[in-house]
Write a new protein. Structure first.
Length: 163
């Protein structure tokens, strides 16, 4: 085989490998997108917080496991808080966003360019207004917490199926 023939064969093999990887990557992305869609629409996922982003001050990498569990019938929040509180309840010892709600409004809408915007408003938690969660098609997201008596705080992380 001549050098020209070897180059031609190599180009065919390279092109086949490239398109094979491209197609399998596209299928994996579609599969991941459908998984995220099932989790979001089914209200059955856990948001794992990896970084806290307070309104003032610097971001903080979270070394412990903090999460927000979204279930069909309950919302379980176990997240830290860093920032300014305008008032605290009498005898308050917990500075985090730790609560369980069984009465909450959940709205999920698909974004035009992919991903999801989710609004969660518990009605049975005192001094808490809303969680606003933006999730990409690959499952990474940003969670923003709005309360009545504290500065807003955001968390970056990812969602996963409920265990």
């Amino acid at each position: 085989m001549t050098m020209k023939g070897i180059k031609k064969q190599w180009c065919k093999i390279s092109a086949s490998l490239f398109f094979g990887v491209l197609i399998s990557g596209s299928l994996a992305a579609q599969n991941n997108d459908s998984t995220i869609k099932i989790l979001v629409e089914g209200r059955q996922f856990i948001f794992h917080a990896q970084t806290a982003l307070p309104s003032t001050g610097s971001s903080r990498q979270l070394t412990s496991e903090y999460d927000l569990k979204v279930l069909k019938d309950s919302l379980i929040s176990y997240l830290p808080y860093f920032g300014r509180a305008y008032s605290a309840g009498y005898g308050a010892t917990d500075g985090g966003l730790n609560f369980t709600s069984t009465k909450f409004d959940y709205k999920a809408s698909r974004r035009k360019k992919g991903g999801w915007d989710i609004s969660i408003k518990p009605s049975d938690v005192r001094d808490f207004r809303e969680y606003s969660l933006s999730v990409s098609d690959n499952g990474y997201g940003t969670l923003r917490a709005l309360t009545n008596n504290r500065q807003p705080i955001s968390f970056s992380g990812y969602i996963s199926p409920r265990k």
